[in-house]
Design a protein around this ligand. Structure first.
Ligand code: PAF
Length: 283
């Protein structure tokens, strides 16, 4: 497994892989890899012959008061994990390699509607940053497929819509959330939690499970169920950002006809913002 930092070198390596008729898979990441990322790599390995994992903490998707500077950068450890997982190539560009003329004035890819609300409401510009960097990575690598985690449910919907609208040839695939034994969705940001917060953190998933139980049990008073869930989160020490019920296919607000449902939540524990979601059927 090689690590390359330049777009030109990566393209040359990929040209060789393509000459050997290899099917190329891409797993875009921001590094600090955990088992959730490794599950994405495993999925890419099952469906392609040559897996590129990009590691790039993309400044364009961070707001001015967010954790760009403190976001953990652990390249050596990530390389070890990716070697063990069987990835073929790591692409770890610098900010200058990705944005040689800087980010001001850089072309932005913006996906309306699906980027709005939920994380898009509390993180203005975030999804433009994600769509822009993912479209760059897809253009650089030109993979047959790219795998993203379903924990970032809205992000995956944004990327699917972008790829569809822009006729990008890569197949966009989701991979299920990987959870710790106590139910907490794995995330690089879990590392910010102190011991007490880490003990409370699984309550986020438990709250989503409570919503599912109520709805599967027949309740349709969505606003009341959401309000109860908000109180549960607050009592567990969270500061909820949003809790919402959406149609899992369209991400439009759920209504009494919705069958493929997703409950989505973002909430702060101290300064750490955690997100999670739970998809379930009411058919
Ligand atoms: O989900 C992430 O880690 C990032 O948003 C992504 C998709 C790698 C783009 O920077």
């Amino acid at each position: 497994m090689n690590t390359l930092h330049s777009i030109a070198q990566l393209r040359a390596a990929l040209a060789r892989a393509r000459q050997e008729n290899k099917r190329i898979g891409l797993v875009p990441t921001m590094g600090n890899l955990h088992d959730g990322h490794i599950a994405l790599v495993e999925k890419a390995l099952q469906r392609s012959d040559y897996v590129v994992v990009s590691i790039f903490v993309n400044p364009l998707q961070f707001g001015p008061n967010e954790d760009l500077d403190s976001y953990p950068r652990t390249l050596a450890e990530d390389q070890r994990k990716l070697l063990d997982a069987g990835a073929h190539m790591v692409f770890a560009p610098s900010v200058n390699e990705m944005y040689p003329e800087g980010m001001d004035g850089h072309t932005l890819v913006s996906v309306p509607v699906v980027s709005e609300g939920l994380c898009g409401a509390s993180r203005p510009g975030h999804f433009d940053g994600v769509s822009t960097v993912v479209s760059k990575l897809l253009n650089i690598v030109q993979p047959d497929l790219a795998v993203f985690g379903e924990k970032d449910f809205q992000q995956l919907a944004v990327i699917r819509k972008m790829a569809h609208d822009l006729c990008l040839p890569a197949q966009i695939m989701g991979a299920p959330i990987v959870r710790a034994a106590d139910g907490l969705a794995l995330s690089s940001r879990n590392g910010y939690l102190d011991e007490t917060q880490r003990r409370s953190a699984p309550r986020l998933y438990q709250t989503l499970q409570h919503i599912e139980q109520q709805l599967v049990g027949g309740r349709r008073d969505f606003p009341v169920v959401i309000e109860e869930a908000r109180i549960m989160l607050t009592e567990a020490g969270f500061r909820p950002d949003y809790l919402d019920l959406r149609d899992a296919l369209t991400l439009q607000p759920a209504n009494s006809e919705t069958q493929d449902m997703v409950a989505l939540a973002a909430a702060f524990l101290g300064a750490t913002r955690l997100i999670d979601n739970l998809r379930f059927s009411l058919a």
